[in-house]
Design a protein around this ligand. Structure first.
Ligand SMILES: Cc1cc2nc3c(=O)[nH]c(=O)nc-3n(C[C@H](O)[C@H](O)[C@H](O)COP(=O)(O)OP(=O)(O)OC[C@H]3O[C@@H](n4cnc5c(N)ncnc54)[C@H](O)[C@@H]3O)c2cc1C
Length: 433
């Protein structure tokens, strides 16, 4: 728990909080929608939690330029409610309840990244308050710029460890005029993953390509009282500006699925049915937790080049099925990214060790395949141990140089991304080597 919580309403108030914390050597932990899952919001060294719920305004909207400037506490769901009346949306979809500041900080993405990219591709500029209280505008509103170091992308994904975001300018997109959702099941996870690979290789434009393993379909059937075939399943969204373009893409995807042994597809064209399908997918984690109320969930987040997904997901599935812990899989298959949701009893050391073993198995396999330990959730506390193996000495040294340069007192969300400890002699926070 932090020692104190503050709720600023303006950038000036954030500056005042930061200056006070820096002077008093108090760690600062920005707090957005609180949907992050790697212990990002913990205060292992105490400190001040900075709650952004009062900074939730839309500052400006440009339909002509397709961009919007918002305060960081605004939720993406609320932003989309507002944009809907203009026929626009911000397509990234992490956990329901996430704020745009938290989403920038975690470099999140979600089911639509296969078409729209991640936060790194969708933030034009930010205002950030540095550890010394200085306010920095990272870039202009221009769609591209070669003017100097890319500060925007330095802060996107920095998890509150380099500065505090007080304003964000985002790209927004037109809501596609037509969209269908397709559900097709397979006898093997390999065939499903390869179908997604084939779809991307064929250049078919897809809005989403999500994979559920048989165990996850069972969970969703129980939670939503549905009776879908309990086998590995792909969910596609196909969207475009004419019914013909959507129908063409749908035909092409279904032909590829059939070649890989896909079963009889179900196509949803009714917007209500499509929304319901994607709601069930988005709430998969909560459906699972509802079935095991006494257990905790360790969510893994490995990501590999798409050509390696079938190999990694196949090896992981065999390991998970052999374990006594329930661990269904959901994948943003179009990005080579998947989550095993490992359920365990945290009061049972054998369960904790087994969940750790499974997670570490997947991370090491992903790194062998030139992948990453986290595709979208971020490092927080949980993934710190994997960074040296993923990045090597040179990159780790560079990250520490950046951290020391921008936050010499180590007060910005300490103990996340890079490990910190308190020096017993001086009481100061220092970066661990
Ligand atoms: C059911 C569920 C589904 C999810 N699905 C996805 C998914 O599909 N894709 C995905 O990418 N993620 C997903 N997530 C994870 C989560 O939603 C994302 O990581 C999201 O980006 C976190 O945003 P938040 O506002 O909740 O951040 P928080 O949890 O509040 O904070 C996250 C980090 O951002 C920092 N931070 C917050 N505000 C600021 C600020 N103003 N300035 C600087 N730093 C700040 C915090 O200090 C912390 O380090 C899911 C989570 C859940 C629970």
């Amino acid at each position: 728990m932090p020692d104190v919580v503050v709720s600023p309403a303006t950038t000036q108030e954030v500056v005042a909080v930061v200056k006070t914390c820096s002077k008093m050597q108090v760690p600062m932990i920005p707090y957005g929608g609180a949907t992050s899952i790697e212990g990002h919001l913990l205060a292992p060294l105490g400190g001040c939690s900075i709650d952004f719920s009062r900074m939730n305004a839309v500052k400006r909207l440009s339909k002509e330029d397709h961009d919007v400037t918002v305060q960081p506490g605004l939720g993406y769901l609320e932003l989309n409610e507002m944009l809907k009346e203009h026929g626009m949306w911000f397509p990234l979809d992490p956990g329901p309840g996430a704020s745009l500041g938290g989403m920038c900080s975690c470099s999140c993405s979600g089911s639509t990244a296969v078409r729209y990219g991640t936060m790194k591709d969708n933030v034009l500029s930010m205002t950030v308050v540095l550890a010394d209280g200085q306010e920095v505008k990272t870039s202009s509103r221009a769609k591209k710029s070669s003017a100097g170091y890319d500060l925007t992308r330095l802060f996107v994904g920095s998890e509150g460890t380099l500065g505090i975001i007080t304003e964000v300018t985002l790209k927004i997109h037109k809501i596609p005029a037509y969209s269908n959702s397709v559900r097709v099941s397979f006898d093997s996870i390999d065939a499903a993953a390869k179908t997604v690979q084939d779809t991307l290789a064929a250049g078919i434009q897809i809005g989403r390509a999500e994979l559920l393993d048989d165990t996850m379909v069972q969970v969703l059937n129980k939670a939503n009282n549905t009776r879908h075939r309990e086998a590995t399943t792909l969910l596609f969204e196909l969207s475009g500006e004419s019914p013909g373009s959507v129908a063409d893409a749908q035909r092409a995807v279904l032909a590829l699925a059939k070649k890989r042994g896909g079963g009889k597809p179900h196509v949803a064209t009714n917007p209500e049915e499509c929304r319901e399908l994607w709601r069930q997918r988005k709430e998969a984690l909560w459906s699972l937790m509802g079935l095991y109320p006494e257990l905790e969930c360790m969510t893994t987040d490995v990501c590999v080049p798409v050509s390696r997904l079938s190999d990694l997901i196949g090896q992981s599935k065999r390991e998970l099925d052999a374990s006594r812990l329930p661990a269904p899989i959901v994948a943003h298959a179009g990005d080579g990214n998947f989550h095993a949701l490992i359920m365990f009893d945290r009061t049972n050391p054998a369960d904790v060790a087994e969940a750790d073993r499974l997670s570490s198995f997947m991370v090491h396999k992903a790194l062998e395949m030139e992948g990453t330990c986290t595709g979208e959730h971020g490092v927080g506390v949980g993934k710190i141990k994997y960074l040296p193996e993923e990045h090597g000495d040179g990159a780790m040294h560079t990250m520490r140089v950046i951290k020391r340069g921008l936050d010499p007192g180590g007060l910005m969300n300490p103990g996340k991304v890079l490990a910190h400890r308190r020096d017993p002699q001086t009481g100061r926070l220092v970066l661990c080597a």
